[in-house]
Ligand binder design. Structure first.
Ligand SMILES: Cc1cc2nc3c(=O)[nH]c(=O)nc-3n(C[C@H](O)[C@H](O)[C@H](O)COP(=O)(O)O)c2cc1C
Length: 358
């Protein structure tokens, strides 16, 4: 029922369905979520970027006990920029400070220290011979790619335009995740200053990339149903990587307020914002994004702002308020379905089958 290029991908990764549960950093992708997706015939992924090496070690061991299938882990691959000066007169900084005061949270007077964990996290993944390691925000160096491939591991890179796709292919990686403008969460752009106007929709991007690239291409952004995944296969994709669709799963570590915001959002409610982390990301507009709307260009870079807003986001989560949570979501978030991850993978598989008869 699948096109030849999809069948080859399924055979190569020994999976039943061309469905990848997207890595989602921030504690969302639990061991239960990853293992359930894998055991149901898809590929589950850990969003490992913010995980300590101890947590990563623990979760990889735990998932290996629950499944013998291939799984993936994802890291953010970028150069941490030098810490900017803390400028209290910067309108964005002064807005963050007002919020700290309002919530009675201790106001910072400088940026928190950033520990660059990338190399240590990668060592853990390589030590455990994680079958698929995916990277977003950039491409690791050739030696790192070769170390993964030398134990039979596969390297996937998220790309958001043709230049990035070419760069990743030239580095010798195994597949590309083509991330469209619709996608929830951070943009995978290699350029930390990439602008909203430079982001490309999934249909355009797939046509551009699949015509110019020889390695397998995985589609990502706004895919919520098996039918939409099938549509990307017509354009050359071997599989779909779905994030928002899996936020509705019981196994995902998502607050109740975020879950209901996903379903209640109007079709025009998601926006691209730098206000939570300093890097462009898509989520449901809320009080926080509105406060920073007019000063998006003044917001200091990732990962500094991500650490600054940590306590604000945590506070909002604890009281189940949507106001200052980063409600990451793709443009089709209204179509999120609440169910177990295995049932969702099977339902997506059934919808793919129906779409194939179309
Ligand atoms: C809550 C959330 C967190 C995400 N975190 C990551 C991440 O850590 N690494 C990554 O490569 N992509 C991340 N993404 C992006 C996904 O890989 C994927 O591109 C996106 O979810 C696709 O769009 P969709 O949400 O409409 O399915 C995240 C997406 C969401 C919704």
């Amino acid at each position: 029922m699948y096109p030849k290029h999809v069948k080859e991908f399924l055979r190569c990764y020994d999976i039943q369905y061309p469905i990848i549960q997207a890595p989602m950093a921030g504690g969302i992708t639990t061991v239960e979520l990853v293992a359930s997706v894998c055991n149901a015939g898809g590929i589950g992924s850990f969003g490992a970027a913010y995980m300590s090496v101890e947590q990563l070690d623990h979760d990889i061991k735990a998932v290996k006990k629950r499944t013998s299938a291939l799984f993936s882990a994802n890291l953010f691959c970028f150069d941490v920029p030098p810490a900017p000066a803390w400028e209290a007169t910067n309108p964005a900084i002064s807005q963050y400070m007002k919020l700290f005061e309002q919530f009675g949270i201790e106001t910072p007077s400088k940026y928190p220290m950033i520990e660059d964990l990338f190399s240590k996290q990668l060592e853990v993944l390589i030590e455990h011979q994680v079958p698929i390691i995916s990277f977003t925000f950039g491409v690791p160096d050739r030696k790192q790619i070769e170390r993964i491939q030398s134990y039979g591991g596969k390297v996937w890179i998220t790309v958001t335009n043709l230049v990035e796709a070419q760069q990743a292919q030239d580095a010798g990686v195994d597949a590309l995740i083509v991330q469209g403008y619709e996608a929830g969460g951070h943009r995978g752009s290699f350029d930390p200053q990439a602008k909203p106007s430079e982001q490309i929709g999934l249909i355009s991007l797939l046509q551009l990339v699949s015509g110019a690239i020889d390695i397998p291409v995985i589609a990502s952004g706004g895919l919520m149903t098996g039918k939409s995944v099938m549509a990307t296969m017509v354009l050359g994709a071997v599989a779909g990587q779905l994030g928002t669709a899996f936020l509705g799963c019981q196994e995902a570590n998502v607050t109740a307020s975020w879950r209901s915001a996903l379903k209640c959002a109007q079709d025009t409610d998601t926006i691209l914002t730098r206000s939570f982390s300093g890097k462009l990301a898509r989520g449901i507009a809320n009080r926080h994004t509105k406060l920073f709307e007019k000063m998006e260009d003044e917001i200091p870079p990732f990962p500094y702002i991500n650490s600054v807003t940590g306590p604000l986001r945590q506070h909002s989560k604890q009281i189940e308020s949507c106001d200052h949570q980063s409600l990451w979501a793709g443009q089709s978030c209204r179509l999120t379905r609440s169910m177990g991850a295995a049932s969702l993978v099977e339902l997506l598989g059934k919808e793919l089958q129906e779409a194939a008869r179309f």
